[in-house]
Design a binder for this molecule. Structure first.
Ligand SMILES: [Ca+2]
Ligand SMILES: [Ca+2]
Ligand SMILES: [Ca+2]
Length: 293
């Protein structure tokens, strides 16, 4: 049966080359541009991190494992015939949280279900020739990607700010995930070896524990693409207990198959208390980075 299907697919391709191609609409071109763009794509944040960590109360090990990514959806916020269009892109993310809370040197994780939704808004413009790639449509600006639970009524933890410093100079910040950044001029450039500091804040709508949550950075970090951020006045954190979580490091290419980008990721302390309850709660913001020399 599989062979028959494959043969039919090849035949279809051959026939397709002989018939007149249907004319592509602006919507088709924009979908093609956005779905193939590494700037627009949104990482599943499934990179591994250092195990344990310095703080008590953390699992012995945890990582997300992707089980399925929904189709890449685009929602047009206005008619592209004007030549400028704002588009929301969205993708479901199905995964499991592998989590081992028993500190015994034996990796024996439980699993919690992750049903997340990722979204980002973009502005595209028809700046080139309509005969060019993607019908002349180009990506002009993007918002950060926001990650959250598909059932938003259960989400209690959210990232509320991110600031990225290079050599102690602020190179990118966000306090509103609906803010647009020009792709050419406003996406920060990071090279291997750069001295970086990420600061992030988060909120908990219904805190039960102290700490309320844990904050992680995903990016070109040392050895692992994910690290715990600190609000203890150490490891680059400027002020203890001010709600600003910090990680400071020299950029390294440890993202394996992931693109060059950075994210702040908050996980509810309740999620980390055990490895059995279906209580996964997390939110994140992510931005691509330009890769320097
Ligand atoms: Ca264990
Ligand atoms: Ca702090
Ligand atoms: Ca729990």
């Amino acid at each position: 049966m599989k062979k028959l299907l494959a043969a039919a697919a090849v035949t279809g391709l051959l026939v397709g080359g002989c018939v007149q191609e249907p004319e592509l609409t602006d919507e088709d071109y924009i979908y093609g541009l956005l779905s193939s763009s590494s700037t627009v794509s949104m990482s599943p944040l499934d990179g591994r991190g250092e195990q344990g960590g310095r703080d008590a109360g953390l699992p012995e090990a945890w990582w997300r494992e992707l089980t399925g990514e929904g189709s890449f959806s685009v929602f047009f916020e206005n008619d592209p015939s004007a030549g400028v269009c704002t588009v929301t892109v969205a993708q479901n993310l199905d995964a499991v949280l592998n989590i081992d809370v028993v500190h015994d040197g034996v990796l024996d994780p439980g699993q919690k279900t992750i049903a997340d939704f990722r979204t980002r808004r973009v502005i595209v413009e028809r700046t080139g020739e309509t005969s060019g790639p993607h019908g002349g449509w180009e990506l002009v600006s993007i918002t950060p990607a926001t990650y959250g639970l598909r059932d938003q009524s259960y989400q209690e933890v959210f990232i509320s700010s991110m600031r990225l410093y290079l050599d102690d100079e602020l190179i990118w910040e966000c306090t509103d995930p609906d803010r647009f950044y020009l792709v050419e001029e406003e996406i920060p450039t990071v090279s291997e070896g750069d001295f970086l500091r990420l600061e992030a804040e988060a909120v908990h709508l219904n805190p039960l524990y102290t700490p309320e949550f844990y904050v992680y950075v995903h990016g070109p970090c040392p050895t692992w693409p994910r690290h715990l951020m600190y609000d203890n006045g150490l490891y680059g954190d400027r002020l203890a207990d001010d709600g600003v979580y910090t990680y400071e490091w020299y950029a390294e290419d440890t993202q394996y198959n992931h693109r060059w980008g950075i994210a702040a990721d908050v996980i509810d302390a309740d999620t980390f208390r055990d490895q059995t309850e279906e209580d996964y709660d997390s939110g994140a913001w992510g931005m691509p980075l330009h890769r320097g020399q």
